[in-house]
Each structure stands twice: as C-alpha cells, then as structure tokens.
Design a protein. Structure first.
Length: 506
C-alpha cells in the first residue's frame, strides 16, 4: 500500500547492518542500551556493595541548556579519541561532552525549536529534540530527529539528521525532511505530529517513530519512517490507517536483529481495527504484512480507544526465557494497567479473551494506574524479570506496595507471569537493570523524576532498597518524566534539565 518510492539496494552494501543486541566495550549507543530495549547493563563494578555507597562525582561538571527528554549516549572513542557523552536537548542542540570531566567538546544547533505557543496542543516548550538519538560507531555518525522552524513557528518541519561524531557536522545527503510524506492516501502533517520515541538502526535502515502532541489535536497518525543509510533521500514508511494511533512510547522501536516492533496508541472513531492499540511487527523498510502473526491488539481494543487507555505509552521490550514455550517473548504494557506477554514469532492478531486475562500468551492487570514509561528486562540464575513504573500502584505485590513493579516470568509452557516485588520509585522515571556478569547481583536503578529527582537502587530479586537517594550533594535539579539513567564503567549518568550528573561507587 506504500505510494512512496522504494529503494532496492544489495545487502552486501550494508557494511553496518545491525547494531549489536548487547553492549560493546561499555558503549551506550541507543536507548536502553540494546535494540531489544531491555535496559540490561553488565558492569562488574556495579555491585550491591558499591550501590550502597554511590555518590555524586564532583569532578564531573556538565551544564546543558535543556529541557532534556532524550537519554544521553556514550562512546569510548569519541572526538579526538576521548570517551564522550552525546546529549540532545529540546533547544535542538546536540553536544559531545568529555565523559571524564564534563567539558564540552563541541555543540551544534539543528535549527530553531518550535515554541509551544505556535503548536495546536502539547506540553513541551520549546519543542526540538525529544526522542533519543542513535549512534553508528562504524560510520561515526549520530542520527537524530528534530522539530524545527525557519520562521518563528509558522512553518513546522520534522528533520532527520546524520551528524559526524567527531565535530557535529551534517553528513552529505542529510537532513531528511519528512513533511508531506505519503502513505495510504494521507500525508505527514508536521504541525500535528510529534517525535518522542527513540530512534533505531537495524540492517542499514534508520527507523524513526512519530505520534501526536499531548492533547491529541489534529489529524495525526502513528508513523514509522524508514530511511536507508545508503540512500537517505528515498525513505519509506508505514502508518496507522485510523486517525491517532501514535507511536509515542519513549523507548521507541525495538528489534531482535531481524524484524522491528512498534507499539501504537488509541485511534479515534475506528469501527474496524485500523492499526491502533497494537504491537506491530514491521519488515525492512517499515513494511507491514497485515497478517495476524505480525500484530497483536487486545480483544477490547474499541473500549481502550474510547477510554484513551492505549498500548502506546510503553514500547515493546524483547527478551528470551530459556525453557519456556514459547521462549522468544515480548512484554507490552497498557495505560489500562494490563501487562501482555506475547509470542515474538506469532503475535496472534486480535485477542480472543476478555481484554484482561488470557490475551496473547499471558496477560493480567498488574497496576492500579496508567503505565507510561520504558520498561527493563533482566535475568538471574533462577528467573527472568521485567520492571516498570506506573502512575498507580502494583496489584498483587507480595510484601510492600509501590509504583515500581517487577514481574517474574516463569520458564513454563506457557510462561507464567506474576508480580515478584514492588517498591516506591519516588517519581516517574524509567528503570534500568545491572548485573555484574549477566545474571549475578541484579540491581534495578530508577530516577524519581518530577518528585524526588534522586537516583534510587533496589535489589533486583527482592526489591530491598540499596540506595535511597543519598545526601544533599546527590540532589539533582528537575529530571523530566520517563528519563532513564545509563551505566558506564562503574559510573551512572543522569540527564537533568540543566546538567548531566555523574555518580560513582568508587
């Protein structure tokens, strides 16, 4: 159904192909570390003992001009061979920062952001770069999406850039202006579309998701733009055929190295299913087969539409559970407080149960409130876990209650899903997990965004508090909702609105 020009390029040209699903040399090249979006870091320096003594690294001083919604990234071999953080802000600035000291190496501004007063609705002011960029270390390029205006906000443009990691210069053939792109008879309208979800590189193609602004104004759709790196002027796309259905989850698009998966939100006025309230599997170039094996939507999708209780607030997280049948899984989390466990090889189409239990492989209501965040998944020697933040409290918490909820996924046929523990996140941040070797000493880390604005750590198996936020020195300035920390060689970095903070246990 695509009406845009496609590009047939020999696979042998793609020297980059797929970003690894596990980290290389401690680098953080994309949102939640891996293409699976599991946020599972392995760092032998981040032990439970070290977590108890975590403190702010006062030798690191990195002021930025925010707001900052995008997760920072990290490369070992940055500009001039220095280890560097890459930080993008709503003022359309992208900066490379010395990871040791916080000193600025270079900063580029990618056009003027759009003032909130010039948007039909929304809650970000100004609106520039929101979605987390992605770095290709082989070509030393940073891919980033920015909303810009050349005339004070009257004209809105969504531009996608490829920048040199070494100096921030724009690569030849970029940026790509997605305004006016067409799919299934309608056009991409930049004024009503927003780019919140993280970008993804897979098999030589850059994927960029789009939804609407806060307030759901205008004739927006959920879009996924696919840009071949060797021919950026010939992108392709998929979009929800129903109005709405935004692809707006902060974690963006996930991949298992072959397919890409995206979550969509509620549509408006759809009498038949039109792409919303779903987990969608897309092939290369964002092609959607329409087969039931390539999408899942709950049986009560119309009710979810009517109640603005969509699946789109949290992106799909991919993980494997050895010994389970099926073992290749996806967890999807709804604003209705339901967790859905799906078979990655056969998503199953429209659910066949009551909308709460029995949807997909397994489903259950696990939260009293909305789930809007980027979840994390991790494994120990005895079990697999998925952790997330909710605006309510966990349901079925075995000991203490709280808005940080961790599910245990059992290796059975079908896999089981129960609430393992709950804790108080003290805010709205998205969790990550660390282990020292891939399974030992699991720790769940969160930031109490919008409330405590402090870093917190919990035992990944029991939920016991390991680090409660520290002293006055560890107090951060405002950290935006859904923000998530990153882990690099025994240090933890957090992006706040006016600076990047570094913490260490050494």
């Amino acid at each position: 159904m695509l009406v845009m020009k496609t590009n047939a390029v020999s696979a042998s040209i793609f020297a980059i192909l797929v970003l690894p699903l596990t980290t290389i040399s401690g680098e953080v090249l994309q949102h939640h570390l891996n293409g699976t979006r599991d946020g599972a870091y392995v760092d032998p320096l981040i032990t439970r003992k070290a977590a108890a003594t975590i403190h702010r690294d006062r030798a690191f001083n990195a002021p930025v001009q925010g707001p900052v919604y995008a997760q920072p990234l990290y490369v070992d071999n940055g500009p001039m061979g220095k280890a560097a953080l890459v930080v993008a802000t709503e003022r359309n600035t992208v900066s490379a920062i010395d990871a040791a000291t916080g000193a600025q190496i270079w900063t580029k501004t990618l056009g003027n952001p759009v003032p909130r007063s010039q948007l039909p609705c929304g809650n970000i002011d100004p609106l520039g770069i929101t979605g987390t960029p992605v770095i290709d270390p082989n070509s030393r390029s940073i891919y980033v999406a920015a909303m810009t205006t050349p005339d004070g906000g009257r004209t809105k443009q969504h531009l996608i850039f490829a920048l040199s990691l070494d100096d921030g210069s724009t690569r030849p053939g970029w940026p790509v202006n997605v305004s006016g792109m067409k799919y299934s008879g309608f056009s991409f309208n930049s004024s009503v579309q927003n780019q919140r979800g993280a970008l993804l590189l897979n098999s030589g193609v850059l994927y960029v998701p789009y939804g609407g602004h806060w307030g759901d104004c205008g004739d927006y759709h959920g879009w996924v733009i696919a840009i071949p790196l060797v021919d950026p002027k010939n992108p392709t796309a998929w979009a929800t055929e129903g109005r709405g259905g935004g692809a707006w989850a902060p974690g963006g698009i996930a991949t298992d190295g072959r397919s890409v998966f995206v979550a969509t939100g509620n549509t408006f006025g759809a009498r038949t299913w039109m792409g919303g309230e779903a987990i969608i599997r897309l092939g290369s170039g964002a092609k959607f087969s329409g087969n039931s094996s390539d999408y899942f939507t709950p049986s009560n999708w119309r009710q979810l539409d009517n109640g603005d209780a969509d699946l789109g607030g949290s992106g799909p997280v991919l993980f494997d559970v050895p010994g389970a049948t099926p073992s290749k899984l996806i967890v999807a989390l709804g604003k209705n407080g339901v967790a859905y466990l799906l078979n990655r090889d056969d998503l199953g189409g429209i659910g066949k149960s009551n909308g709460i239990r029995g949807e997909g492989v397994q489903s259950n209501k696990v939260s009293s409130g909305e789930i809007i965040n980027a979840a994390a998944a991790y494994r120990t020697a005895s079990a697999s876990y998925v952790g997330f933040e909710t605006r309510g409290s966990g349901i079925g918490c075995p000991r203490r209650t709280g808005n940080l909820v961790v599910l245990r996924i059992g290796a059975s046929a079908p896999p089981s899903m129960t609430v393992a523990w709950c804790a108080n996140n003290m805010g709205g941040g998205s969790p990550i997990a660390t282990t020292i070797d891939g399974s030992s000493e699991p720790i769940v880390w969160t930031v109490g965004t919008g409330a405590s604005n402090r870093l917190h750590a919990f035992d990944g198996e029991t939920g016991e508090v390991l680090f409660a936020g520290g002293s006055q020195d560890e107090q951060m300035s405002r950290v935006q909702n859904f923000q998530t920390p990153i882990v690099v060689n025994g240090r933890i970095f957090v992006a706040a609105n006016d600076r990047i903070y570094a913490f260490t246990g050494r």
